[in-house]
Structure formats: C-alpha cells, structure tokens
Design a protein around this ligand. Structure first.
Ligand SMILES: C[S@@+](CC[C@H](N)C(=O)[O-])C[C@H]1O[C@@H](n2cnc3c(N)ncnc32)[C@H](O)[C@@H]1O
Length: 253
C-alpha cells in the first residue's frame, strides 16, 4: 500500500527533533531513570498499570517464544510478559545504560531473567528472522519510526508479531489541545515532585511537540501496512490519547 504523506512527515520529524534525539534524549533518560516508574503513575493519575494490562491482552504467548523488547527502559514490558509466561526468552535493548540498570534491578528483584543490551533501535545487533515477537512501548515518538519498522520486520520471523503501545496524537484537534495542556501541567508537577535535573526540565517543550508531530492510531496502522505488516489491528484508549497496535510479518509462502 502506498501512503503519501508519511515520508514528508518523517522528514519534518527528523529535521525538528533529529539533533535532540542524538544529543539530548539520553541525558533526559539518565536524569529520570531513578523515578521514571513512579512519575508515570503520578502523571497518568494511576492509570499506568491499566494501560499495561490492555497492552498485555494483545499478546498470544507460549513457552519457548523469543521476544525482543525494543527501547525497554526499566523493563516494564519484559517483566509483565514473563509474569504471564515464564517460559519466554526475553531480550531487552535500550540506548540508555541508566534506564537498563534500573530495569536489570527490577527484573532481578522479581527473580526474572531478561537479557539486557545497550544499543540503538535503528540498527539492531541481531540476525534476520530471529524473534517471534517484538515489542515497543512508550518510545516510538523518539525514533525515526519508519527506519525502525524496517529493522523490526527484518529481525522478526515470518508470521512473527509486532506489538506497539504509545501516547499518540488524538485525531480530534480539540481533544489534542486539551491533552497537550494537561501534559504540560503534568510535566511541571512531576518535575517539581521528583526534583528533575536540567536535562529533564529542558525536555518539556520537546515532549509536547514530538507528540503534536506524531501519528494518530489510524495513521500508525497505515504506516505498519506500508512497511509490509499484515493483520494490523489497533485499539484506542482515552479518545485516541493512547494507541495499541498488533501486526504480523507475513508468513513465508
Ligand atoms: C519513555 S521510555 C519507555 C521505556 C519502556 N519501554 C516502558 O515501557 O516504560 C523510552 C525509552 O526509549 C529509549 N530510547 C530512545 N531512543 C532510543 C534509540 N534510538 N534506541 C534505543 N532506545 C532508545 C530511551 O532510552 C528510554 O529508555
């Protein structure tokens, strides 16, 4: 399927945020790593575990599946998956050593094993057709997402599935305006509560602008189809403020 408009949007995103992604974002996550999980509970008014529950309901798991959690952060997804199916092999990759250090401690505290690696989602250090499942939660806005989707498709086995959850841009502009206003207040509150450092304080405008330039749930589904995924489905939570996607790499013919 050809979907005109995607590539210009990616160019605009890269022009606006490319330097920030390369030079600043890692410092932001080094700053927030110690309080990332608590801040999300506060900012979501306690809804964070409910989002994860919805996300988990979109997985079909069985022992022996090999899972890659992209931009794994503090390992929320890997831990939730292993709690549901302890027989999975879970590999986490993230560019932030600080976030993964917290993630490794969280997994160990629960007696779970998640293989941890530090690396860039745009150039995955894995062979072709290696994973049954790839997941990406709360990170797609920070990526050159079309490039990453090509990488995801490369490392997935035929018939393997990709699962995505993120804050997305609500299609309704009035809801989007309200949402961005709310997020601005939230970022101020969490910065004050958790005594954010300079890097995290400096990300507040980026955080809203990156969301404003991002995709709606429907647009993200179209992007997945454009990148060769099939059986693409999505769920919208809170009028499209949160989007959850599931898509498959076509089975071999
Ligand atoms: C908001 S956190 C999400 C963490 C986790 N997925 C979760 O569900 O809580 C975004 C994560 O994406 C990571 N990240 C951002 N850009 C990345 C890149 N180019 N490659 C790998 N990880 C990246 C950050 O280091 C951070 O840990």
């Amino acid at each position: 399927m050809h979907w005109p408009g995607t590539t210009p949007r990616e160019r605009i995103r890269a022009e606006l945020f490319g330097s920030y992604w390369r030079n600043d974002l890692n410092d932001v996550f080094a700053d927030v790593a110690p309080y990332y999980d608590q801040a999300n509970i506060v900012a979501s008014l306690g809804l964070w575990p409910w989002f994860l529950k919805h996300f988990m309901s979109m997985f079909a798991l069985r022992p022996g599946l090999r899972v890659l959690d992209l931009c794994a952060g503090t390992n929320a997804v890997g831990i939730a998956l292993l709690k549901r199916e302890p027989g999975l092999e879970v590999i986490a990759i993230d560019r932030s050593e600080a976030m993964q250090a917290v993630g490794r401690r969280r997994a160990a505290a629960r007696g779970l094993h998640i293989e941890s690696s530090i690396g860039d989602a745009h150039k995955l250090p894995y062979p072709d057709v290696h994973f049954d499942i790839v997941t990406l939660q709360w990170a797609s806005r920070h990526l050159r997402i079309e490039e990453v989707m090509d990488e995801v498709r490369r490392v997935l086995k035929p018939g393997g599935s990709f699962h995505h959850c993120d804050m997305l841009k609500p299609a309704n502009p009035r809801i989007a305006r309200w949402y961005f206003g709310y997020l601005r207040q939230c970022l101020d509150l969490t910065a004050w509560l958790f005594r954010s450092g300079k890097a995290a304080l400096g990300c507040r405008n980026y955080f809203i602008e990156a969301l404003d330039q991002f995709y709606s749930a429907e647009e993200f589904s179209a992007l997945l189809e454009k990148h060769g995924f099939v059986e693409v489905t999505h769920k919208r939570l809170l009028a499209g403020m949160i989007g959850l996607h599931r898509a498959s790499k076509p089975a071999a013919v």
